[in-house]
Design a protein around this ligand. Structure first.
Ligand SMILES: [Cu+2]
Length: 228
């Protein structure tokens, strides 16, 4: 998984470099020619955590190190039922499934047609299935703090998995994540191809083992998407 991510990152860099020599995306680019907005869905306030788990960085590498591809892909296929994910949450903040982190998120519509091509970007549990369909790109901002002490979670890889339902993932994009201030990350683009009530799942430290005290965590929120 880490090797794969690295090669993807290199591929992404290569793609970015190549794009730099090409005139800015023209109106003929059909991949992201729509505009999407992703709004918070109001609902019951998240209160699923009855405990606070303190992350142990050393636990990142515990367990199987060759797992990621096989084990997680198998376990997570389809975002299905045998996955240790908690329920998708409403509102703009909540705790991760394992009660390690607290997240607050917002979304910003990106300019249409800012990407020239789409790449498969397999992440935890998402080994493809996305398309390169047209849609609108949205960038998410997420602020992550440790539940224990409320300190910012810095230097964390953050990735987003988005899906409308079990059979409709978001079209592929090459996501990047940038920490703009300690514990606050902009992640995207995420492409939405149809309107509806989507789930956006933030993956934190996806490179780590998915154990009780590992830095690996996930939190999923509903977002009402409008594409036009
Ligand atoms: Cu993950």
């Amino acid at each position: 998984m880490r090797l794969l991510d690295s090669s993807l990152a290199l591929a992404a860099l290569g793609a970015a470099a190549a794009v730099a020599y090409v005139p800015a995306c023209s109106s003929s680019d059909s991949h992201a020619s729509k505009r999407a907005t992703a709004a918070v869905v109001a609902g019951p306030q998240d209160a699923h955590c009855t405990k606070t788990v303190t992350v142990n960085p050393a636990a990142c590498k515990q367990g199987s190190t060759s797992d990621a591809g096989a084990t997680e892909a198998g376990a997570d296929a389809g975002g299905g039922n045998d996955v240790p994910y908690g329920p998708t949450m409403s509102n703009a903040e909540g705790d991760d499934d394992d009660c390690k982190y607290h997240l607050k998120w917002s979304a910003t519509s990106g300019a249409a047609a800012t990407t020239q091509s789409s790449k498969l970007y397999p992440r935890h549990g998402d080994e493809g299935g996305g398309s390169t369909a047209a849609g609108g790109d949205v960038t998410f901002t997420v602020t992550i703090t440790n539940k224990n002490g409320g300190t910012p979670v810095t230097g964390a890889p953050v990735e987003i998995e988005a899906f409308l339902d079990d059979t409709h993932p978001a079209p592929n994009t090459t996501q990047t994540s940038k920490e703009t201030s300690p514990g606050t990350y902009t992640v995207g683009p995420v492409r939405f191809d149809v309107s509806g009530k989507w789930t956006v799942r933030f993956h934190i430290h996806d490179e780590c083992a998915d154990s009780e005290e590992s830095p690996h965590g996930h939190a999923a929120f509903f977002t009402q998407v409008t594409v036009n």
